[in-house]
Design a protein around this ligand. Sequence first.
Ligand code: ZN
Ligand code: ZN
Length: 502
Amino acid sequence: MRYKALIKVLLLISFLSFASFLKAAEIRNGQLYLEVLIEADNNITLRPEKESESTINIYESDLPVCRKMNGRLEIDLIKTDKQACWGILSRIEPWTDNSEGILSETFVWSDNHLELKKENLIYADTSFVCRDSALAYARAQGISDKMVQYIPLIGSTVKITTSRREKYYLETPLRIHSDYPLIINNHKETYSGDFYLKEIDNRLVFTQLVYLEDYVAGVIPYEIGDNAPLEAMKAQAVSVRTHSITLLTYNRHRNDGYDLCNTTHCQVYKGKYLINSNVQAAVDSTFNQILIINGRIADTPYHSNCGGHTDAAHQIWNSQPLPHLLGIPCISGVDSLDLTQEKQARQWIDKNTIDPLMSSWEKSGMSWSHTISRKKLANNLGLNNIEKIVINQRSVSGRIIDMSFYGPEEVRILGEAKIREVFGGLRSSFFYIDGKNNSNRNGKVEIIPDGILNLKGKGYGHGVGMCQSGALRLAREGKNYWDILSFYYPGTQISTDWMYYE
Ligand SMILES: [Zn+2]
Ligand SMILES: [Zn+2]
């Protein structure tokens, strides 16, 4: 039988007992806490940084009793016979006291505020042991892939082994609290406070429940450095906070069991590791401030260095144009040029825009060069050879966003990120290829490459929104954080009244 892998199990009402763990972010005492991924692995080791400060409190979901454990803990998932874990969502209703499906709590932006929306998820009676069998079944029934969702297993068990080799068997999800810094697996950084440990898709997921303001402070050092001028750091604090709320409402890790991951996919977060008094001052002095535009949360992307002119979100991400992300001249002198034109883009790339006050990190985005052999480039594109390269389009910041490579056949690459990748990891796609070039019949730039291609470029990152190098420059010139934010996100306003809670 085609679907022999599927088993039929009624989804039990007992799902309700763990339903609250499906949600991630929480509001405590009127403050927003985000659930951030720290580690996902088959086993998790928790080690107190100092042996003398070693009490770790562990709570099972159904038991109010806290177990206190000391020293190093090794946590392993006990493999049990898998029950159904993939379901097909059949309908969603508002949550009431009598609801018997699965409670889903998500944050949504509504009426100028962030609200907690409670819904009752009702799944079809059929459930599946793996995603593929659920997808195959859904497709055969004409049901959209989106309706196939992961449902955490009830009560997976973990074995916890202490440093004295005592063994405990506990039922997930677990809430873990430590007042003292913990080292998780082989992370360099330590974390303290509240954590969750759960089983998602046959793996242990260890998350930290972080107060929004502490999360913002934890992200800033990885974004703008821990010794940036205060006003630049404050601008970064507001953009990180706003971006975090936007990511929360996107729900892109909903099936993973947390709100945000700790890598560049969301924002890099490594706990309190690099927070110093300047970072803390930047967060405290912008407490609860986010940017809004036309009654909605403003998308606030940011990047290292625009190269001279920031970019338009719709050109870079092929999205709807956003009024505050159309691209602005960042460095004076660029406003008289049209960087979508090859000649003017080259002219700007060749201009020296380095200031002696810049850090080496800022300079690295102001001017760079890169070489790649024609053979290697062809290889990256899956071509035998490259006879001709055509630049089809540059964005408003001068970034190449559409490029064709001609060998035996044409390979067309769209998007700045992919273009950076095929050339071997460029800082940006705002570059030109040195050597002979001419305009073809359609007015596009054509390059006949030599054996080695020499690239010259400016910029670091996608170029949309706030330019961190520019924010540092403006802060050094005496501008305040609101001058910086309103420069890079024109038309936005600061709001502190954005969270709705009863
Ligand atoms: Zn992520
Ligand atoms: Zn810039």
